[in-house]
Design a protein around this ligand. Structure first.
Ligand code: SF4
Length: 352
């Protein structure tokens, strides 16, 4: 039996590179979209041959900056996915976007072509900080695009970054109050991390201390008017990103395009897969269960204790640390708010 698979399509182009970005993307104002879409189509055909006309619950166009894609290229890819697989009418189709790369008309075209969830990289309410991060847009452009998006019938999320050098807890509280005023039903709050091989990674930036970062993290949970449901994600109930929740829960997904990762499930076996044909390797049920613990515990609701998970987790550690972990009324294991702050340590100790 072949289970439903979610689909992630990677769009590896951006108008320019942000100073903190370690994602697989390159700055390119006029990519060869035909060559890109032909590769994507070939990959879709490959998976349809291997897996058959499987059910696809969610599709996520991530990047990079997918909103740079010309609408005819998006239509070509989405109609290929619809023809190759069983895509339900209620399928969640997310497009990541950046302000300044998409106008009202283009957004309308994407919606008509099937996009029903939009994620917007707003990042900050401060023009100086946007400049420092290397973002191309200013606050006015971002908020006016968000306003436009909120007028359409689609689910909207926005991304923000906190914990910049010199940021204080008060700055983060102010940011959260601004977010509350926007009336969002979903947002992602990312702590700035210095990745090697990025401009920030090579600068000697003085970041807020770990204690300040922890205070900021807790302040976000206290101030935002939508609850945290994952380490960095907040949503009004029912507005969680179905694609990500499904993947964190351990469902199979296909990664399409260079830089995309997937986990394929065929005949009771798991395969680790990379887009562009870069990798397709069997992984053991044990290794997959460990991955499911790592991603599942990121969610506030935690992980279901099925037989594979029971084999690999150290229940003694769970019982010995009620301040970090707890068993939910529906039989899941979840981290507490204090546990979220030291999730890496919890995971190291929890997996046998
Ligand atoms: S827009 Fe996003 S993917 Fe592109 S460079 Fe900036 S952070 Fe990276």
């Amino acid at each position: 039996m072949i289970l439903p698979h979610n689909i992630y399509v990677h769009v590896p182009f951006c108008a320019s590179k942000c100073n903190y970005c370690a994602f697989f993307s390159r700055a390119c104002m006029s990519p060869d979209w035909d060559a890109y879409s032909n590769e994507i189509i070939n990959e879709i055909e490959h998976w349809a041959q291997l897996l058959g006309k499987i059910h696809v619950p969610t599709i996520f166009f991530g990047g990079g900056t997918p909103s740079l894609m010309p609408i005819d290229i998006f239509e070509k890819i989405i109609s290929k996915i619809r023809n190759a697989f069983d895509v339900a009418p209620e399928c969640e189709i997310t497009l990541e976007s950046n302000p300044g790369t998409i106008d009202d008309k283009k957004l309308n075209d994407f919606i008509n072509a099937g996009v029903n969830r939009l994620s917007i990289g707003i990042q900050s309410f401060d023009n100086e900080k946007l400049k420092f991060l290397g973002r191309r847009h200013d606050v006015k452009t971002a908020l006016s695009f968000l306003d436009t998006a909120l007028q359409y019938k689609l689910r909207v999320s926005a991304d923000f970054i906190y914990g910049l050098p010199n940021d204080t807890v008060d700055d983060v509280i102010k940011m959260c109050n601004n977010i509350n005023a926007l009336g969002l039903t979903h947002c992602s709050m990312y702590e700035l991390t210095l990745e090697p091989n990025t401009p920030f990674g090579k600068m000697n930036l003085k970041m807020p201390s770990n204690e300040t970062m922890a205070d900021m993290y807790n302040a976000i949970d206290d101030i935002l008017n939508i609850p945290r449901y994952e380490v960095s994600n907040y949503a009004a109930p029912g507005n969680e990103c179905k694609h990500n929740v499904s993947i964190w829960d351990g469902a199979p997904y296909i990664g399409i395009g260079h830089g995309a990762a997937g986990r394929i499930f065929i005949n009771n076996e798991w395969f680790d897969q990379m887009g562009g044909g870069a990798r397709f390797e069997k992984i053991s049920n044990n290794a997959r269960a460990i991955e499911r613990v790592i991603t599942g515990l990121r969610m506030v609701r935690g992980i279901r204790l099925d037989k594979d998970i029971k084999k690999i987790i150290n229940m003694e550690y769970v019982h010995a640390h009620p301040e970090l972990l707890h068993q939910t009324s529906d039989g899941r294991i979840a981290v507490t708010r204090a546990g979220m702050l030291v999730l890496d340590k919890v995971l190291l100790n929890m997996v046998k």
